[in-house]
Design a protein around this ligand. Sequence first.
Ligand code: CAA
Length: 254
Amino acid sequence: MQHIIVAKPRPGVMLITLNRPKSLNALSKDLLVEVATALREADADDAIRVVVLTGNEKAFSAGADIKEMPTGHMPMWAEKNRLTSWKTIEKFRKPMVAAVNGWALGGGMELTMLCDIVIAGDTAKFGAPEIKIAAFAGDGGTQRLPRVVGKARAMLMGLTGDPIDAKTAGAWGLAAEIVPAAQTLERALTIAARIAEHSPLTAQMVKAETLMAFEKPLDESLSLERKLLLWQSEDHVEGIKAFVEKRKPKFTGR
Ligand code: CAA
């Protein structure tokens, strides 16, 4: 990997650090392909239960790599490898936590919205500046941002292109918690490790079910939920048994 660093800092947790500091972690096609490759590995590895995504103190990511953008052709986000990689991130089944310091702009902010929990440092700035280069949020932001912050705030961000600070991002629901910047990654890893203690099957279902609230009509989501097999899993039986026996459950993912 050239543009990301992959580590396993806690049991059950994969940490992916975006590593193009000279471009403020701009999301080049190669970087996105590497993130998708790491996520495919995480998906296939039963020992990985949660992924944490982070950048550096100056930038989580300043968005799509503007220098890679073609002029006068297809929009860059429609390029095959880029699109496939983005779909892999969107469809990743295991919980993802973002640890955000500094800039999270354009595609960078869109990436945080694909994470299930966002922990932001007090230096973080979120924004949709695409309009400044006569583009729009091509990686799903036009649809996800209003679902997260509501129409009026999404319009304010998308039409002015101006960023919001961490406190505002927390108040608007883009981040679950705001912490001192020096503690952002540690806090995200602690949350990831906590999630990794639980039944992996259940954590994936909680993710899928929660996302359904944004993707399907309520009656359809509820009927799908009722059909779910979780209640028949070995982990569910083990969870009940462990509770009754007053011990820690041993979850296997089956
Ligand atoms: N793509 C490529 N390179 C980028 C970049 C980006 N998105 N953002 C920053 N860089 C590069 C800069 O060109 C600069 O490189 P050089 O040193 O070679 O000149 C380096 O990173 C450092 O950036 P700055 O000198 O500009 O740093 P700054 O602290 O003065 O400003 C900033 C920081 C406000 C984030 C500014 O860099 C900026 O506005 N960046 C562009 C942000 C942007 O418009 N993002 C949206 C892209 S479009 C998108 O994401 C949507 C999509 O789906 C297509």
